[in-house]
Design a protein around this ligand. Structure first.
Ligand code: UDP
Ligand code: MG
Length: 330
């Protein structure tokens, strides 16, 4: 087993998009976390193009407290890109990823560190219960179970991005150049020793969810399509099903002809067949289009984000501006 440092340095990455309402409470919790850990702790906020007072609060914070830094994006790039950028620039032997809204309590992180001490390289939070609305809970349950069935990586059920990673895992994730990132999948892909810690997922402390329905759908599709080719194979299955149904109909028509039943003129059956085949074809085209769209994104190879400003200890890191655009996230 790898020898673990007694007082490792922890870096905490916190993506923020219009979180002015929850920041004061969050900062109290982060202070408690720092006190609970023996080693040094640094915090890296990633301001994902906030338009409220988030940037002002973070500027003030980074100017007066040396534990804090902030990387601001030029616009809203999305949660997964914010987490990726945070992982790219976080300090520490260990890096934790935490939502700003206190749904994932920072007080669980010391338990993560304990697991790391036992020799695990990735410790992720597993939600024992969720406090979201029933339809959303059902959708999450269904998504994680489908993903587990069809993904070509080991995906823990009901685990999100809330996790603690050893430096070597973070470095590997940072070297992955892909766009449309599904961090919890990339994290699982890396391997090493991974384990979960159970915790109760809270309701958001203040403010409203920043994940619109569209963003959630995109995240779900990124997870399914980046880690599985099963949707592509669906085309062959649907084709086989359509052919089988056609064959059944042909057999039925033959039997009728042999025993002398004249079938009514085939309007209905024709329409059914056309609709069925048309539907299958459109669906398969859609799936192909989605994969091609993703390939297009990779080929364009644009940066994952555009930095607008850096604050706090990030400014002490040499050559930040050039590196952020050249290296790309990953
Ligand atoms: N977030 C972000 N960019 C976005 C959407 C969300 O950085 O485009 C952040 C948000 O500030 C929060 C975290 O990602 O810290 C999770 O978002 P949220 O709590 O709104 O999502 P939910 O928990 O409702 O799925
Ligand atoms: Mg939330």
């Amino acid at each position: 087993m790898t020898q673990r440092k007694p007082n490792p340095e922890l870096g905490v990455v916190i993506p923020c998009y219009n979180e002015e309402a929850v920041l004061p409470e969050l900062l109290d919790e982060l202070d408690k976390l720092d006190k609970a850990l023996p080693g040094p702790v640094s915090f890296l906020f990633v301001d994902d193009g906030s338009t409220d007072a988030t940037a002002a609060i973070l500027t003030d914070l980074c100017n007066r407290d040396r534990r804090y830094a902030c990387l601001s994006f030029s616009r809203n790039f999305g949660h997964q890109d914010a987490v990726s950028a945070g992982l790219q620039h976080a300090r520490g032997d260990l890096v934790a990823v935490l939502d700003a809204d206190l749904q994932d309590p920072p007080s669980v992180i010391p338990a993560f560190v304990e697991k790391w001490r036992e020799g695990y390289d990735v410790v992720y939070g597993v939600r024992t219960n969720r406090k979201e609305s029933l339809p959303l809970r059902l959708a999450y349950r269904l998504f994680y179970r489908i993903l587990k069935k069809i993904a070509n990586i080991e995906v823990p059920l009901d685990a999100g991005d809330f996790a603690l990673m050893d430096r070597r895992v973070v470095d590997i994730i940072n070297r992955m150049p892909e766009h449309n990132r599904f961090i919890r999948g990339l994290r699982g892909w890396v391997g090493f020793r991974q384990t979960g810690v159970l915790y109760e997922r809270q309701t958001r402390r203040s403010g409203v969810s920043k994940y619109s329905f569209g963003k959630l759908m995109k995240l779900a599709l990124d997870g399914l399509m980046s880690f599985s080719a099963v949707p592509l194979r669906l085309a062959s299955w649907l084709g086989a099903l359509a052919a089988f149904l056609g064959f059944c109909y042909l057999a039925y028509a033959l039997v009728c002809w042999i025993i002398g039943i004249t079938l009514p003129p085939g309007w209905t059956s024709t329409v059914i067949i056309i609709l069925f085949l048309g539907g299958v074809q459109l669906m398969v085209l859609g799936i192909l289009g989605d994969y091609i769209g993703r390939i297009f994104d990779e080929v364009k190879n644009r940066p994952h984000y555009v930095p607008r400003a850096t604050l706090g200890w990030l400014n002490e890191e040499a050559g930040f501006e050039e590196s952020a655009l050249q290296r790309r996230v990953g």
